[in-house]
Design a protein around this ligand. Sequence first.
Ligand code: UDP
Ligand code: MG
Length: 316
Amino acid sequence: MKKKVSIIIPCHNEEKNISLLYKEIDKCFSKTDYKLQLIFVDDGSKDNTINELKELLEYKDYTIDIINFSRNFGKEAAMYAGLEIANGDYVGIMDADLQQKPSLLLEMVKILEKDMQYDSVCCYQEERIESKNMSYIKDKFYKLISKISDVDFVSGASDFRIFRSYVVESILSLKEKTRFSKGIFSWVGYNTYYMPYVPEKRANGTSNFNFKSLMLYALSGIISFSIAPLRIATVCGILFAFISFIYLLIVIIQKIFFTISVPGYPTLLVTMLFIGALILVCLGIIGEYVARIYIEAKSRPIYVAKMRLSNDKKKK
Ligand code: UDP
Ligand code: MG
């Protein structure tokens, strides 16, 4: 029986890339024996993306599923929505902007086909195409988060991946609302083959992520996968208790044995300001976690779908 490959494609303002991407996928997979399910998730695009996607429904060679979000929920939500409806033996995720070549996706499928010991394949950038500073920051971030969390993050690993169907089930079994997929993919475990790749230039349009959004994404990753920041307060508390005890001894010795009077006002002011700032920082860190509990407790859906379309009659 023919094996089925599902490809999830999150799209946010990708009107100029949709038909190009479809053609590239078709060029690559039409020569193979796989059945194909293409899942396009329109993540609240403001341009003509949804109409471009609707045009694809005319093609009948592959199953085409479209989910249209009611607003922009982010790439994480789009990937989750895609994983929910993917029903292939192999399920892949790729960007809509042609930075990731469909031929590489096929290569990843072949790795799983050939080697039963692997459950998923992940493309990673050996050398990043971004600026040196950005690469440095990202490298350091992945080293840090690997150190302070229970899971291993491979630096340069992308969301350009393919999974066997049972891995997808495991990923979906993690119901958290604020999703940090790179962590979730590692957390579920399984045997992943890491394949180096070099991303292409974006075909059309501009990246959806700027420095600020990447920093917030990094922070969200740390909060999702590590409780180490919460321990900063404890560690600082113990450290300062120790320092203040030593200082107390020094003051007593100075007073009793050397009758030196300690300059009170500046010492007091600096210490109070420093401890005050530290307490605020620690409160802020605790606040981040409390906020996360608040969001999770509300248990809102990860996305709201406005419309679902398919060229598969059974699904309509
Ligand atoms: N994307 C999305 N929702 C968003 C932001 C991005 O679905 O809120 C999609 C986007 O259309 C693309 C993929 O996620 O297919 C990667 O985004 P982008 O190319 O902007 O990121 P970069 O490659 O610069 O990291
Ligand atoms: Mg891109």
